[in-house]
Design a binder for this molecule. Structure first.
Ligand SMILES: [Zn+2]
Length: 368
């Protein structure tokens, strides 16, 4: 396997060599032929026909899921928006923008991506580079300065922050409207009593920046590397390190992301799920993008989470907010921790503090 593929596997498994090699072996065992070419577009199936016996009415009073459909060690591929909503913490909208607008945005971002750079980060004390390139867009010069000076990513300041482009700006109101509609729909149909979750913001989601990633397919081949979005439900461990897998001995779910699709990650995503972007061998290069793939993430940076309102560790940098996912003790509880150790050549300072929030998810942090 190429170094790139190995790194992708490691990233998809949060840097766990054991988990990454198990998954690579499983893949090889499942398809023994040397050239494993999975078509990116499979036949369309809908799970609705046989999978879910829960009525809409039952769902609205109880968020309890139907039996997990994906089995441990396997990947369930989903295409149908209703299947995605039913089985994952996401919504997907296909053919989201008018085709012209989607192509204009793609062309603009392909141009931009010529000057994107790879990100360096630490993996087991080694400094490695991300397999993809990226950049970051905000609305104004003032926001560019805020991002460069106040915010830290992986424990360090970032230098490549750009002014939002015409096509990113053009798509923004459509994204905002669609996401807010999906959030309301999720609350109404899937959360207990049809009410927002505790700690979920009651305010409309309002994107003020966009992260853009560019994935390059192999240059030497006519095939392109498409991406699929994979999610896996967290299976926490008890205090004796046993997995509580009776509730869901579940494999991963792959959501295919064709050109011009909008994926919405809902509030429960952060706490109960992990996600990764996985390469998949595809037959058809895109007519405009060829072997490159552009992914745009619109985000809402909330003032209440500006570093002036959150703790700093002893290294003097804003602490990072994380959630307990591995152990059943304190499962779903958030904490602030030092992020300095992620910077090549730096050690962390062991800062740790349980995070507190009001019911609407605003951090409560007393500076004294
Ligand atoms: Zn620190």
């Amino acid at each position: 396997m190429s170094q790139g593929s190995l790194l992708e596997a490691l990233l998809a498994h949060e840097g766990s060599v054991e988990a990454a090699s198990t998954s690579i072996l499983e893949d090889l065992l499942r398809s023994p032929s040397k050239k494993r070419i999975k078509p990116s577009v499979g036949h369309q199936t809908s799970l609705r026909l046989f999978a879910s016996k829960t009525s809409t009415e039952e769902r609205s009073v109880s968020p309890k899921r139907a039996r997990p459909l994906s089995k441990k060690g396997t990947t369930l591929h989903l295409y149908d928006p209703e299947d995605v909503a039913e089985n994952t913490p996401c919504s997907i909208i296909h053919n989201f923008l008018p085709p012209e607008e989607a192509n204009d945005l793609l062309k603009e971002m392909l141009d931009e991506s010529n000057s994107f750079e790879k990100v360096s980060f630490k993996l087991f004390d080694n400094v490695v580079q991300s397999p993809h390139t990226s950049s970051f867009y905000v609305a104004s010069e003032a926001e560019i300065n805020t991002q460069k000076e106040d915010y830290f990513y992986n424990g360090a300041r970032i230098s490549d922050v750009r002014r939002i482009t015409p096509q990113l700006l053009r798509a923004r109101p459509r994204v905002q409207e669609a996401v807010n509609k999906e959030i309301q729909n999720r609350i109404k149909t899937r959360y207990p009593r049809g009410q927002k979750l505790k700690h979920q913001s009651p305010n409309p989601w309002s994107p003020n920046c966009a992260f853009v990633n560019c994935y390059n397919g192999p240059q030497e081949s006519a095939q392109c590397v498409a991406r699929e979005f994979r999610v896996r439900r967290i299976i926490p461990k008890d205090s004796d390190n046993n997995r509580l897998d009776d509730m869901d001995a579940q494999g991963q779910i792959s959501i295919h992301l064709p050109h011009n699709s909008l994926l919405v990650m809902h509030a429960e995503m952060q706490e109960q799920w992990k996600h990764s972007i996985a390469p998949v061998q595809a037959i058809d290069p895109h007519p405009i993008a060829g072997s490159r793939r552009i992914n745009i993430t619109y985000r809402d940076y909330k003032q209440n989470f500006h570093p002036r309102n959150t703790p700093k560790c002893r290294c003097g940098i804003p602490a990072v907010l994380r959630v307990v996912q591995r152990k059943t003790e304190n499962l779903g509880k958030y904490f602030w921790m030092c992020h300095g150790g992620n910077v090549p050549g730096k050690e962390h300072c062991s800062f740790f503090h349980w995070a507190e929030f009001d019911d609407d998810g605003n951090p409560i942090w007393n500076k004294t």
